[in-house]
Design a protein. Structure first.
Length: 388
C-alpha cells in the first residue's frame, strides 16, 4: 500500500526532528526519559536505538510535541529564580560571662563596702576616702563590663540587681572624693549608699546557681576592724592637759615650756569687726579650740642668746587613728579669743592663744592626740581626752 511505502521516509524525517529537538530542548519529559534506556558507549549507540518507540507513536496517531508543558519543571528563560533563603543565626548571649562576673567580684565588693562603712562610723577620714576610692573604681569598671554584655531574658533579673548594686557602690565612693572634710550629710549619704548596694548585691546572689568564689588575696587581706587608738611611742612621753613639756632651744641656751591647757567645742563664732559676721561649722562638724601656752623659762649656759621662737601653728597636728587634722586660719578678732601665733619671746615672756581645728562632730576626743613637731626629732604628744 502507498501508506506503507511512505512510512519509512516519514520515520526518517521524524527521527531527524526528534534528534534536533533533543539537542536544543532543555530537557525531556519524565515519561519520555523513562522510555529511553541508560546511555551506552558512543560506539554502541545508533539511530534505531535512539528512536525506539517512535514508530509505535506514529501508528497510534500520537504526534511528537515539544511544547513547554512537556518539559520537566524547568524555569523559563525569562523567569528569575527565587532568591536563596537566608538562615537566621541563633542569638549569642553572655549569660555565662555575667554569672562568672558576679561570682568573682561579689565578695570583693562586699569587703570594700564593709571597710568603708566601718571607717565612716568611726569618722576616720583617711581610711574612709581610701576605701571609698577603691570601691568606686571597682564598681565603675564592672558597670562598663556589664553594659557591654548581651543578656537573655532569663538573666535580666540578675543583671538588673547587680547593676543597681554597682551604681550604689559607685555613688558611695564618689561622695567621699575630693579634699572636703567629712560632714554629717556626706557620711549619712555614703552609709545609705553602701547599705543599698549591699542589699542589691544580696538580691543578685540569689539568682546564681553556683556558690560565690573566693575573694582575691589583696581584698581578703583587708582588715575590717577599726585601728586601735594610737598611743605615744616609746620615745615620746604621753602628756595630759595642763601638763607641761620642757625642752631646749636649738642653741641649748634657754629652756622653753610648752603646755596644752584646755579643749572645747563650738559650732559658731563671731567676727569682731563692723559687720559682726557669724561663722557656722558645716553640718556634722564642729570647731575644736585648743588653748596653747608657751613660756621662755630663762637663759642658761654660756650662750648670749636670750630669746626663743615659739612653735609654728603648722607644727600642731591633731591625730585620730590614721587621720591627721591641721589647724585652720581665722581672723584675729573673733569671739573665740586671741589666736595662737608664731612669736619671739624674751626671758619669762609668754605666748598664749587658741588653735582651732575643723573636725567631725562625732570625733571621740578621748581617742585623739595632738603631736607637736619641735624639730631635732622631738615630738611630744598630748592626749587631749585626759587632764590632770
Amino acid at each position: 500500500m502507498i501508506v506503507m511505502d511512505l512510512q519509512a521516509p516519514a520515520v526518517a524525517i521524524l527521527a531527524l526532528a526528534l534528534f534536533t529537538g533533543i539537542l536544543f530542548s532543555p530537557s525531556m519529559a519524565a515519561s519520555e526519559i523513562a522510555d529511553i534506556e541508560p546511555p551506552q558507549p558512543a560506539a554502541a549507540r545508533n539511530i534505531s536505538t535512539l528512536l525506539s518507540g517512535v514508530e509505535e507513536r506514529l501508528q497510534s496517531g500520537r504526534l511528537l510535541n515539544f511544547t513547554p508543558d512537556q518539559v520537566a519543571d524547568e524555569p523559563a528563560d525569562n523567569e528569575t529564580p527565587p532568591p536563596p533563603v537566608e538562615e537566621i543565626p541563633e542569638p549569642v548571649y553572655n549569660d555565662d560571662e555575667l554569672d562568672l562576673l558576679v561570682e568573682e567580684n561579689s565578695i570583693s565588693l562586699m569587703l570594700l563596702s564593709l571597710q568603708n562603712t566601718c571607717a565612716l562610723f568611726a569618722w576616720d577620714e583617711v581610711p574612709a576616702k581610701e576605701s571609698g576610692a577603691a570601691l568606686r573604681a571597682l564598681a565603675a569598671g564592672l558597670l562598663r563590663d556589664v553594659a557591654a554584655m548581651d543578656i537573655s531574658e532569663s538573666h535580666e533579673a540578675l543583671k538588673d540587681a547587680f547593676t543597681r548594686a554597682l551604681e550604689s557602690y559607685e555613688a558611695a565612693g564618689t561622695l567621699l572624693q575630693g579634699n572636703a572634710p567629712l560632714n554629717r550629710t556626706t557620711v549619712d549619704a555614703a552609709l545609705e549608699a553602701n547599705l543599698e548596694g549591699s542589699d542589691c548585691l544580696r538580691e543578685a546572689s540569689e539568682y546564681l546557681e553556683r556558690p560565690l568564689l573566693k575573694a582575691p588575696e589583696d581584698i581578703a587581706a583587708i582588715s575590717l576592724s577599726l585601728p586601735r587608738p594610737r598611743t605615744a611611742s616609746t620615745s615620746d612621753e604621753e602628756l595630759m592637759l595642763l601638763q607641761r613639756y620642757v625642752y631646749e632651744d636649738r642653741n641649748r641656751a634657754n629652756d622653753i615650756s610648752l603646755m596644752l591647757e584646755s579643749v572645747s567645742k563650738t559650732r559658731i563664732y563671731y567676727a569682731r569687726d563692723e559687720g559682726g559676721e557669724e561663722v557656722f561649722a558645716e553640718p556634722g562638724r564642729v570647731f575644736l579650740l585648743v588653748k596653747v601656752k608657751v613660756t621662755n623659762l630663762g637663759h642658761k649656759g654660756e650662750s648670749r642668746t636670750y630669746t626663743v621662737r615659739t612653735p609654728d601653728i603648722r607644727d600642731f597636728a591633731l591625730e585620730y587613728r590614721k587621720t591627721t587634722y591641721t589647724p585652720i586660719k581665722f581672723a584675729p578678732g573673733t569671739s573665740l579669743g586671741v589666736p595662737y601665733a608664731l612669736a619671739t619671746l624674751g626671758r619669762y615672756e609668754v605666748e598664749a592663744g587658741y588653735i582651732v581645728y575643723d573636725i567631725p562632730e562625732a570625733l571621740p576626743l578621748d581617742e585623739c592626740f595632738i603631736r607637736v613637731n619641735l624639730g631635732q626629732a622631738t615630738s611630744p604628744v598630748w592626749a587631749i581626752g585626759k587632764t590632770l
